[in-house]
Structure formats: C-alpha cells, structure tokens
Design a protein around this ligand. Structure first.
Ligand SMILES: Cc1cc2nc3c(=O)[nH]c(=O)nc-3n(C[C@H](O)[C@H](O)[C@H](O)COP(=O)(O)OP(=O)(O)OC[C@H]3O[C@@H](n4cnc5c(N)ncnc54)[C@H](O)[C@@H]3O)c2cc1C
Length: 135
C-alpha cells in the first residue's frame, strides 16, 4: 500500500490500483477498502515500530445487491470472483443488505468504536524523530 514513486505516501481503498493474489486489480468496493486500509495501517505501524509487516488476506465471499426494499441477491463467489451455485435471493437478501447498510451508517457515525489498543512500541528515535524503517 506504499506508493512506488512516493515511498512516504500510503494509500487505500478506491484511490489505489493494486494487483490481488489472482493477478487481477482489486475491485473498487467496501471489501477492498477494508483490506487495503488494514494493509496500509499494518505497513505504517511496521514502519514506525520496526516490526515485520504481515500480509492481510484477501477474501471476497460474495456480491450483494438489493433491488428496492423487497428484493435482492447475495451471490457467493469463488477466489476468481466466479459465481458459485450458492446464493440468497428475494426479501431475505434485501433484509440482510438493509442490515449491512444500517451497520455502515452506525459505524460511520461512531468512528472511534473498536479502535485497537496500542500493541507495538515506536522504534528507537533517531535525531529526535521516530526511526523510519521500510515496511
Ligand atoms: C452509490 C454507491 C453505492 C455503492 N454500493 C456498494 C456496495 O453495495 N458494495 C460495495 O462493496 N461497494 C459499494 N460502493 C463502493 C464503495 O462505497 C467504495 O468502494 C468505498 O466506499 C471506497 O472506500 P474509500 O475509503 O476508498 O473511499 P470513501 O468511502 O469514498 O472515503 C473517502 C473519504 O475521504 C473524504 N475526503 C475526500 N477528499 C478529502 C480531503 N481533501 N480531505 C479530507 N477528506 C477527504 C471523503 O469525504 C470520504 O469520506 C458504492 C459506491 C456508491 C457511490
């Protein structure tokens, strides 16, 4: 998630062009934003603490679309983003989607909920500033 041309810049979400494990660009989506955000955060923490940056595993279980309040589809997909036979349709899929949207709204209005506790210490300071170590 670190810019190749500007190593001090980290990017995540819709703003990045990055290739996934399957050799294809990550789709612009909430899931990609979450994964790339976590990876950028780990890379920054690794850089500030001098620790190794773990890879965030990409996992896209399905595509979910609501069609109004009463219809929708939750289509499960494989690692190649190909549809699997399994899906949830109709009102149930629309209800699940409505729950996800409600949850997104809640988390957006409670941005500090679930913030992680500090687990790593900053690397020893050099010239009065935190040491910078490539992630
Ligand atoms: C109508 C719509 C429906 C969608 N439905 C789905 C869906 O069902 N499933 C799905 O997976 N994806 C969906 N997406 C795509 C999904 O919303 C995006 O992929 C995801 O939000 C990208 O996250 P992000 O954090 O990169 O960017 P954003 O969520 O766009 O966050 C960027 C933030 O940066 C802020 N910002 C911009 N400029 C500045 C600045 N100069 N200074 C400070 N802050 C700034 C913005 O206000 C915004 O809050 C949908 C998108 C749209 C528009």
């Amino acid at each position: 998630m670190r810019s190749l041309s500007h190593p001090n810049v980290y990017a995540a979400g819709d703003s990045v062009y990055t290739i996934g494990d399957n050799g294809r660009p990550l789709p612009m989506s909430c899931a990609s934003a979450g994964f790339t955000g976590m990876q950028a955060m780990k890379a920054i923490v690794g850089s500030l603490t001098g620790s190794k940056t773990a890879n965030v595993k990409l996992s896209y279980p399905g595509n979910h679309i609501s069609l109004g309040r009463r219809d929708g589809i939750l289509q499960m997909v494989d690692q190649e983003a190909q549809a699997k036979p399994k899906y949830v349709g109709g009102r149930k899929a629309a209800r699940i989607k409505a729950g996800i949207v409600r949850m997104s709204l809640w988390t957006t209005s409670h941005p500090t909920f679930g913030l992680p506790k500090r687990k790593h210490h900053l690397a020893a300071a050099q010239n009065g500033a935190a040491a910078r170590v490539a992630a």
